[in-house]
Ligand binder design. Structure first.
Ligand SMILES: [Zn+2]
Length: 414
């Protein structure tokens, strides 16, 4: 194996700037040095002329792909999803749970544990799949009126076993989503904060006051802004006046709260992506896919969530649609699609849109010490991008796993 090499590119995306005509040294599967001018001697030089070198993409809200869902209950399913996304440039994923019977959630967390421990430490995960850097306990504490495409019979009350579940899996969990209108949410939030986990608000019809209480209790992130959440129009159906804000307005108002948008081009029109970016900026907004199992699959009917306990949806027009046609049921694209879409439709500098797919989501998930930027010590997970920010090559731990082979770049077995 070629253990050390120098990679040159037209542009290198660094955490806070673009480096024109720079180089990076990759050694032992990690970035070892970054610079401009003449590269260090005595190493093979790989010349990626014509391309932008960026960190591998980090998707913190993703459920499935290539026919599998993370909740199917097997390690094969996890591998299938992580391999499908890696082919597009997503080198790190946060395994995102859906609603499911408690037994299935526990099984999934057990299976995920071995992936997470390995992938946080090994330079190259096996079989060219993306790293599973943690689990987000997303289902099952949603608000009953904002459950979206998740199966409503598998919601659980946050009272009861939630605290035990968080404690038992604190080593693999990154965070947990609560709906602050549901009795018992504080117990979950308090337990999570004590364990050092992040608290998200999502799938919630909370009033502004309830949302503000969650933020005071330590909630720091809101799942898929604009989708499955209360806003002034929804809340007006319960009380005519004065008009009041909900989760949507609260998220935009509280400056330090981070959020994410499903930037597949189907969930949100460009003006909503632009609004989120304008208010939150590139350090507090992440792009996510919320991708279901229908990535790389033909149009037709599929199950969202666990194959044996999930809900039906239809893949049509490049997106998941509820069977009644009256709502969306998550996306069918990888994060590279969102990167390209956002860049093409929202006025935003290249380095910002890349940051919203790499360092910002890595920070939100608390894995930015491992991935998310090109800095010495981090895993050499990277992508090469063309001028329109299309991913043309993907490398994991310094070896190319997808795209046309780049001359001189060490190749993984495919
Ligand atoms: Zn959702």
């Amino acid at each position: 194996m070629n253990d050390r090499y120098v990679l040159k590119a037209d542009r290198i995306v660094l955490p806070n700037r673009m480096l024109e005509g720079g180089w990076v040294v990759v050694q032992g599967g990690r970035f070892a040095a970054v610079g401009a001018g003449s590269p260090p001697l005595a190493s093979p030089v790989v010349n990626a002329a014509g391309f932008t070198l960026a960190p591998g993409l980090v998707d913190i809200h993703v459920h499935g792909g290539a026919g599998a869902d993370f909740m199917d209950g097997s390690s094969e399913a996890i591998c299938t999803v992580a391999r499908a996304h890696a082919g597009y440039g997503t080198t790190s994923l946060v395994l995102t749970t859906t609603t499911a019977p408690e037994q299935r959630i526990v099984e999934t967390l057990e299976i995920a544990r071995s992936f997470v421990h390995r992938d946080r430490n090994a330079v190259s995960p096996a079989t060219n799949r993306g790293r599973i850097l943690g689990v987000h306990l997303y289902g099952p504490f949603f608000g009953p009126e904002a459950v979206g495409c998740h199966s409503p019979e598998h919601l659980f009350s946050p009272e009861g076993g939630a605290e035990r579940l968080l404690k038992r899996f604190a080593d693999v969990l990154i965070g947990v989503t609560v709906a602050p209108e549901v009795t018992g949410w504080e117990q979950v939030a308090r337990a999570a904060i004590r364990l050092g986990l992040r608290v998200h608000v999502g799938h919630s019809d909370a009033t502004f006051e309830q949302f503000a209480a969650a933020v005071r209790a330590g909630a720091s992130h809101v799942d898929h802004l604009f989708c499955a959440m209360s806003d002034k129009t929804k809340l007006r159906r319960k009380a005519a006046y004065p008009m009041r804000g909900g989760v949507l307005e609260g998220t935009l108002l509280f400056e330090h709260v981070t959020t994410e948008v499903i930037a597949d081009g189907k969930h949100l029109r460009p003006e909503l992506l632009h609004l989120a970016y304008r208010i939150k900026g590139p350090d507090r907004l992440a792009l996510v896919t919320d991708c279901n199992r229908a990535l790389d699959m033909p149009d037709g009917e599929y199950i969202f969530g666990p194959r044996d306990y999930g809900t039906r949806f239809v893949r049509r027009d490049g997106v998941g649609i509820m069977p009644d046609g009256n709502g969306l049921a998550s996306s069918c694209v990888a994060l590279a699609h969102c990167l390209h879409h956002f860049f093409g439709h929202v006025p935003c500098p290249m380095e910002h849109v890349i940051r919203m797919c790499t360092l910002t989501p890595a920070r939100i998930a608390g894995v930015d010490h491992l991935v998310g930027s090109i800095e010495p010590g981090k895993f050499a997970d990277f992508v090469l991008l063309d001028e329109e920010l299309r991913v043309v090559a993907v490398a994991l731990g310094g070896r190319q796993i997808a795209g046309e082979p780049v001359s001189g770049l060490p190749q993984a077995e495919r």
